[in-house]
Write a new protein. Structure first.
Length: 291
DNA sequence: CGATTCCCCTGATAGC
DNA sequence: TGCTATCAGGGGAATC
């Protein structure tokens, strides 16, 4: 699922592709993805004739800055991903004109929103579960929307002291839940919280107040290392996430626990366990992750 | 107010 | 074979 490394990969790829392009048309078959403006006709008017000036990431949000001064915000949620290519409609179905993953991988076939550029290229949102969120905001509305988010974990000035200060806002919380709390730190989800805690050798249910200074440091270090590693790999490949090219990321080579229930821990050989924490799966090694 | 539960959605998978 | 029940899960709303 798209977390910080996947969203970062997406915006880096897109920057190579769609900057300066002019929008000429927009299509959707799922209007409920578009949260505002509520009416699709107005949403479309806000896009057509505009140019893409810049693309940024904040937490798990993709921010596309338009020449009108407004911003197109896309949150991919669980199964959404942006694709860059050319499609044509054949018998009510969008068929990719580009060979490779874009046309063969079934995950790339759930197109629910397409933005058409003047030069014939297209930006599409593929989303099996239709949970993604798309909206156009003014800069003020954007600021308000992002105000709740915690700091960026990879910012240079997000020091260990700041990390500790953020985490300790949830003293009673379980560390996995706290790492995934977007108000505490932005961008970490289910996959990377598991991977971070495995690397730091900390049990996901451990309460924040019970973490030693040394353990907090291990989590901080693992967080930076894993997120950077995942970005350099181009994101994960275990879920529906795909890069704008339609291809999977390469993080699978480094994945240690997520979705490895019953398999051997790469560190100690014990069987990886899965438990539920707040409706979500948590994978961990019951032997080398200390509670 | 904080913590928990429900809900959005649909392909994959298990069970019969 | 084919049907039905269950599951996955980010985040916002509803509820405890």
């Amino acid at each position: 699922m798209p977390e910080l490394p996947e969203v970062e990969t997406t915006i880096r790829d897109l920057k190579e592709k769609i900057l300066k392009k002019s929008i000429v048309d927009v299509w959707t078959d799922t209007k409920k993805l578009i949260k505002r403006p509520k009416k699709f006709k107005i949403f479309k008017e806000e896009l057509v004739g505009k140019e893409i000036l810049d693309i940024k990431r904040r937490g798990k949000n993709i921010l596309i800055f338009l020449s009108s001064g407004k911003v197109l915000l896309i949150h991919q949620k669980l199964t959404g991903h942006l694709l860059f290519g050319k499609w044509e409609k054949i018998n009510k179905e969008w068929v990719s004109k580009i060979a490779g993953a874009l046309s063969t991988d079934p995950t790339n076939k759930f197109l629910h929103l397409i933005i058409f550029f003047k030069d014939g290229w297209q930006l599409a949102l593929s989303d099996l579960r239709k949970f993604a969120k798309v909206e156009i905001l003014t800069k003020e509305e954007l600021e308000k929307e992002l105000a709740k988010l915690g700091p960026e974990p990879l910012d240079k000035d997000f020091t260990f002291e700041k990390f500790r200060e953020r985490i300790l806002k949830r003293k009673k919380g379980k560390i996995k839940q706290v790492l995934m709390d977007q108000e505490i730190i932005a961008g970490i989800g289910n996959i990377y919280s598991d991977e971070i805690l495995w690397k730091a050798k900390i049990h996901p249910l451990k309460r924040v107040k019970d973490l030693s200074e040394g353990e907090l440091k291990e989590i901080y270090k693992a967080m930076k290392e894993i997120l950077l590693k995942a970005i350099s790999a181009g994101g994960e490949s275990i879920s529906d996430y795909r890069r704008p090219s339609g291809e999977k990321g390469g993080f699978d080579a480094f994945r240690k626990v997520y979705r490895r229930e019953g398999e051997k821990c790469f560190r100690c050989g014990s069987k990886i366990k899965r438990i539920k924490i707040a409706q979500r799966s948590a994978y961990f090694c019951p032997v080398c992750q200390k509670s």
